[in-house]
Design a protein around this ligand. Structure first.
Ligand SMILES: Nc1ncnc2c1ncn2[C@@H]1O[C@H](COP(=O)(O)OP(=O)(O)O)[C@@H](O)[C@H]1O
Ligand SMILES: [Mg+2]
Length: 606
């Protein structure tokens, strides 16, 4: 595929996909490896028994690994007649040391799996707990995908890297130090020579693994692109067909697939070459050790046995270096992932403190000179003063972006006001604990969210203590009794995550029923009737009228028909109240409301 085509594809690919590719590039380097590692270590410290057990096994195993070749050296010398002793004893000892070292290796694997899984479990739980504590505004600066990927990809990366590389790292480091020391002790000249060949291996590994990394990153990116294309095409298939785009789409797909194949071949070739190349280099090093060792032996510097031990040592020394070099990239990705996880853990959680909202049957909401901005210096709400009397229904209307949803966000304390105050029954909500505040307010939002759980659990979301009788009554009131009864298992039907097994309108009815069950003092309905067919809309409107009956309600609506009978209609314009009054008085005023009304009912207006 040509570079131009590639470019074209990149431009066309899905925005989310591009982010994912950028993330791949980003994950490469951690900002502060030292600090992050230290913090990871503190997690291991939490598992004292396991960590100590593992350390003991590693140390013992490594010592065995270092001791065994020296026994071999003795044995060879005995065979060559350079040393006296009972050969069979030495051989038996050697056998047991090797067996012990194997057992240690096994135990080490078991310990490290257990250890890393425990550590990751803790990290995962802490992270999820933290995410649940984060203020809603955290999501302004972080996409959902980003937060999700920290919880899934990053944690999984840390998990697999730790469990795979922890043993190599621990025993590898010890083996390198121990082996180098004993080789130096036997014959420093030959030791230096062996170390030189090891560094040759290291250089080769570095070059090859860099190539592998480059191509596998490319492969990863192309795979993301390919999956994105497939996802988009499958979900948008009718559109593809309607515009006769099958051929173009297929060409795009084939072009990406082509590049993917090439990147795949290159990755596999380079990683395939790695093993044989390493073998070749280590064989060469054996030849060199044999040649120089022979020379030193003739000179009387070392015995033949030592040469044989050296061959084993050189191999033992090179192996962990190679392993560490190979997992280095993976380690960096994992550390960068850990850094991102820690960044979330370090976020300040929502302040949960405050007093309880005073228990009264009534609920009057007052906004006094409220001012608020999402971005400093750009006020979204200005000079907002409004009273919602107890049990009354106030409607907020106004163009998109006029600040209606923001008022709701402020009332629920998703965001804090810049100045002015919001009171419930005269109690400033700033002093009220958020949980207590939110317990008294229920919302039905434009984008209805139902959870992957049974209908019953979804309805009980805001009031866990609700009885079946209450749930049934709520379903009845919100006009979804029939709808629930028609579901295959009634109240026990599992809803799928996105609520795909019921329609948008039905989801809104369920959301209203959920609010009914929660039975809040204050109710907020935000554009709850958009995106539904007329019949369902009627049902939703009826349900809404019922749930608002006698309850302090704030309703935001695009369709003015919904709110005509509100006790007060407030027209918002660029964060300010432009006018307010009853439907009739506002129409008579022939101001903004009249304009809005006329544009919506142009067809019916007389
Ligand atoms: N999370 C946010 N971060 C920054 N600006 C926002 C955010 N949410 C809304 N806004 C901006 O605030 C203004 C009011 O938005 P909103 O209250 O959602 O209006 P409405 O609900 O009336 O359509 C808009 O200009 C919108 O772009
Ligand atoms: Mg809105």
């Amino acid at each position: 595929m040509s570079a131009k085509q590639n470019q074209k594809l990149a431009e066309r690919s899905i925005p989310g996909m591009m982010n994912r590719q950028e993330r791949f590039a980003q994950t490469e380097r951690a900002d502060d490896i030292g600090a992050t590692l230290k913090r990871i270590v503190t997690y291991f410290m939490g598992e004292k028994t396991l960590a100590a057990g593992m350390l003991a096994v590693v140390i013992f195993g490594t010592l065995c690994g270092i001791y065994a070749p020296s026994l071999q050296s003795n044995a060879v010398d005995m065979i060559a007649g350079e040393k006296s002793g009972v050969l069979i004893h030495t051989l038996l000892l050697m056998l047991s040391v090797y067996l012990l070292s194997a057992v240690c290796g096994l135990l080490q694997g078991l310990f490290s799996v257990r250890l890393s899984q425990n550590v990751v479990k803790r990290m995962r739980e802490e992270l999820f707990g933290k995410i649940m504590e984060l203020p809603v505004c955290y999501l302004d600066a972080h996409s959902h995908g980003d937060v999700m990927s920290r919880m899934t990809n990053d944690i999984e990366n840390i998990s697999s890297t730790i469990s795979q590389s922890l043993p190599s790292l621990c025993s590898g480091t010890l083996t390198i130090i121990g082996t180098a020391a004993i080789m130096m002790w036997y014959c420093w000249q030959l030791a230096l020579l062996s170390l030189a060949t090891v560094f040759l291996t290291l250089a080769a590994t570095k070059i090859l693994s860099e190539k592998v990394r480059r191509f596998s990153r490319q492969r990863q990116m192309l795979l993301g692109q390919l999956n994105g294309t497939v996802e988009e095409m499958v979900s948008g298939y009718p559109t593809v067909v309607a515009y006769n785009h099958q051929n173009i789409t297929t060409e795009d797909f084939c072009a990406t697939a082509d590049s993917l194949t090439k990147a795949g071949i290159k990755t596999d070739i380079f990683s395939g070459v790695m093993g044989p190349a390493m073998n070749c280099i280590s064989n060469i090093s054996f030849v060199m050790i044999a040649a120089f060792g022979g020379y030193f032996s003739v000179k009387g510097l070392i015995s033949v046995g030592v040469i044989s031990a050296f061959i084993v040592y050189a191999k033992q020394f090179g192996r962990p270096i190679n392993e560490i070099a190979q997992i280095y990239g993976q380690l960096q990705t994992a550390i960068a992932g850990a850094e991102r996880v820690f960044a979330v853990l370090d976020e300040e959680g929502e302040d949960r403190s405050g007093e309880l909202l005073a228990e009264t049957k009534q609920a009057a909401v007052t906004f006094k000179n409220v001012r608020f901005s999402y971005a400093a210096g750009i006020p979204v709400i200005r000079n907002f003063t409004l009273t919602v009397p107890n049990g009354k229904k106030v409607a907020l209307v106004g163009a998109t972006g006029s600040g209606k949803t923001t008022i709701v966000n402020l009332l629920l304390r998703f965001y804090e006001t810049e100045s002015g105050e919001i009171c419930i029954n005269g109690q400033n909500i700033q002093t009220v604990a958020k949980s207590s505040l939110r317990k008294n307010v229920a919302i039905v939002l434009q984008d209805t969210v139902l959870f992957s759980n049974t209908v019953r659990s979804n309805l009980k979301y805001g009031n866990d203590a609700a009885t079946d009788g209450q749930i049934r009554a709520a379903a009845e009131m919100s006009q979804c009794r029939e709808l629930i009864e028609l579901l295959p298992e009634g109240y026990d039907t599992e809803l799928t995550g996105s609520g795909a097994n019921i329609s948008q309108g039905q989801r809104q009815l369920l959301a209203i029923a959920r609010a009914f069950v929660a039975d809040p003092k204050i109710l907020i309905l935000d554009e709850a009737t958009s995106n539904v067919d007329t019949r369902t809309e009627q049902a939703i409107q009826d349900a809404m009228q019922r749930i608002m009956q006698g309850r302090t309600s704030i309703v935001i609506a695009h369709r003015l028909s919904t709110i005509r009978d509100s006790d007060l209609i407030v027209v918002m314009d660029q964060g300010e109240i432009a006018e307010s009054g009853s439907h009739e008085s506002l129409l008579a005023k022939k101001g903004k409301y009249y304009e809005l009304y006329m544009t919506q009912y142009a067809g019916f207006a007389t």
